[in-house]
Design a protein. Structure first.
Length: 204
């Protein structure tokens, strides 16, 4: 009886020895996962310069294209957290006009930038089928003008030192203070003309 009890005790002790590392691993796994890179809050809208765009209007309809001035600002980021090169993939863009109408953009393209710098959004964002009422467009007096652009994008970063790639969704909003110069003829004359817009953008 004593010998049988000894075997039973050894069996119990062996089982306990095998279970201990498993418990330790189960406890350690969440801590390791939590130590991976997370999206930084420092990716914001940035502006590289003046905003210029032109509308060629026919039948009181036209398009506006935006390129170069709108960007992603990562200058406030900790440069030790991620590799210098990132990828940005715009997924949608919305233009708001002074009449309150909103329009979806096309021409969105993926591009690259340098972490810790101010970089331009890739490609040219085109907003089509916009309404331009007939009239004279002069500084501080426009029948219609763009007032805001919002861009949704995914920024792909590579963490340091882990080299784990993460995708960070961002929403970049720019308030536009741009005014047009030109004339759009009355509708019975074709509602035609060319309007040249110029001004500034401010991160919202």
């Amino acid at each position: 009886m004593n010998e049988k009890s000894g075997i039973d005790r050894r069996t119990v002790l062996k089982g306990a020895a095998w279970s201990t590392p498993l418990v330790a691993m189960a406890v350690a796994a969440p801590a390791h996962a939590a130590s991976g890179p997370t999206c930084p809050p420092c990716l914001t809208a940035g502006v590289l310069g003046a905003v210029t765009t032109q509308a060629v209007v026919v039948g009181n309809k036209g398009a506006l294209a935006f390129a170069g001035a709108l960007g992603l600002d990562s200058r406030g980021c900790d440069l030790t957290l991620f590799k210098p090169l990132y990828t940005i993939i715009p997924t949608s863009a919305t233009l708001t006009m002074s009449d309150g109408s909103t329009h979806s953009g096309t021409g969105l393209a993926a591009g690259a930038g340098t972490f810790g710098q101010l970089g331009a959004l890739p490609g040219t964002i085109l907003f089509s089928n916009l309404s331009f009422p007939s009239g004279t467009y002069v500084l501080n007096s426009n029948p219609a003008r763009p007032t805001k652009i919002t861009v949704n994008a995914n920024v792909v970063l590579v963490g340091l030192p882990s080299l784990i790639e993460i995708t960070c969704p961002v929403t970049l909003t720019y308030d536009l203070n741009v005014w047009g110069a030109g004339v759009v003829t009355p509708s019975f004359l074709g509602g035609a003309g060319t309007i040249n817009y110029t001004g500034t953008a401010t991160p919202a």
